[in-house]
Design a protein around this ligand. Structure first.
Ligand code: AQP
Length: 335
């Protein structure tokens, strides 16, 4: 995985909390592949983040391997990018501790994801859930990343990472690059098919709320047919039409058509025709990912080779950064 000195560095991660949704795909992961040509890219399956919510250990291991295979199936080339599993690089957790000591309790209390997730998991509001954004800052700053491709839901966490970096620089001297968010123009927030005012999430309890990128064609079409819309029947983008707006965003993201083109295409047709067309377009778009995934997941030795090499490369970059950080904060040099 050649990393060139004259290219900017990109870091992004995704949690192995289940099969990726269409939201994860459109908002984040499908944008990662094309970036490999112009940037040094580091992509991680962030399993340390996943345990902020209770996980079944056997299932987590299985989900992590699946997520890694999906990463490659979605176009991440381990020869071009560093693709690794977060827990294989201890430097993330180590840097996280130092950064936690430059993060304020009040800042973390304002994070909307913490508020949402602590409400959803009221019987397990653990310290990891609270400090999640510090670990995310460490993920990014450990590479001095310039850009972080994310969906809109992670924007607040990225702003916090910038604040943490700026505070560290102010205390200890300029060191960390302030990372910029890289948010797609279309599809930065794909909404639930059953509650279009809520984002589509892997961990949604309602299986009809999200399309998983490994769902087969019939399942995808069925989920779109059941998608919640409004009582009108005109396919056009507008206020109070969050269900249709979401379906138009999805259709636009997979076909490249503009909203005006979509409205013309379905003029005089009802929502039923539109939902079917969205389902078919999404299923066809995801077909190559499903095929590539089936091949990759059957070759565990290849996957192991890729994630082992990935973590070795990731460790090399981040150890250098961490050594400098330790020196800056006043720890005695090891050698
Ligand atoms: N609905 C979405 N629309 C657009 N982008 C999204 N992302 C997540 N959901 C949507 C983006 O996907 C990347 C990886 O996210 P993650 O798995 O690390 O965490 P998340 O944001 O918490 O995603 P989920 O699916 O909602 O996971 P769970 O249910 O486990 O919490 C990020 O760049 C995110 O912005």
């Amino acid at each position: 995985m050649p990393q060139s000195n004259d290219k900017k560095l990109i870091f992004s991660g995704i949690q192995p909390t289940g099969t990726f949704t269409l939201g994860n795909y459109i908002g984040a992961i499908r944008n990662w592949g094309p970036l490999q040509e112009d940037y040094n890219c580091v992509y991680s399956i962030v399993d340390l983040h996943a345990i902020t919510v209770r996980q079944d250990p056997a299932k987590l291991r299985q989900n992590t391997l699946q997520a890694y295979a999906l990463l490659l199936a979605c176009g991440i080339d381990p020869e071009k990018s560093i693709a690794f599993i977060q827990s294989h690089n201890v430097n993330h957790a180590e840097l996280s501790w130092v950064l936690a000591c430059t993060t304020q309790f009040g800042e973390l209390s304002r994070m909307t994801q913490f508020k949402d997730k602590s409400a959803k998991h009221a019987n397990d509001v653990n310290a990891g859930l609270f400090t999640y954004p510090v670990l995310m800052a460490a993920d990014i700053l450990a590479y001095n990343a310039d850009l972080v491709p994310i969906g809109v839901d992670q924007k607040q966490h990225l702003e916090l990472a910038r604040n943490i970096a700026a505070r560290f620089n102010q205390r200890y001297g300029e060191f960390f690059t302030l990372p910029e968010p890289y948010i797609p123009k279309t599809g930065a927030k794909i909404m639930s098919l059953q509650d279009p005012d809520k984002k589509m999430s892997k961990s949604d309890d309602n299986p009809n709320a999200c399309v998983l990128i490994l769902d087969d064609k019939d399942t995808i079409i069925r989920k779109f047919k059941r998608a919640v819309t409004d009582s009108e029947s005109v396919v056009c983008y507008g206020e109070g039409k969050s269900g249709i707006n979401n379906l138009m965003t999805i259709y636009s993201a997979v076909t490249g058509k503009s909203f005006d083109e979509i409205t013309s295409e379905f003029a005089g047709k009802g929502y039923g025709d539109f939902k079917l067309a969205v389902g078919e377009a999404v299923a066809d778009h995801l077909e190559p990912v499903r095929t590539a995934y089936a091949k990759l997941i059957a070759d565990k030795a290849y996957l192991k080779d890729c994630y082992t090499k990935g973590s070795e490369s990731a460790m090399k970059i981040t150890r250098k950064v961490l050594t400098k950080v330790y020196h800056k904060v006043g720890f005695v040099d090891q050698r």
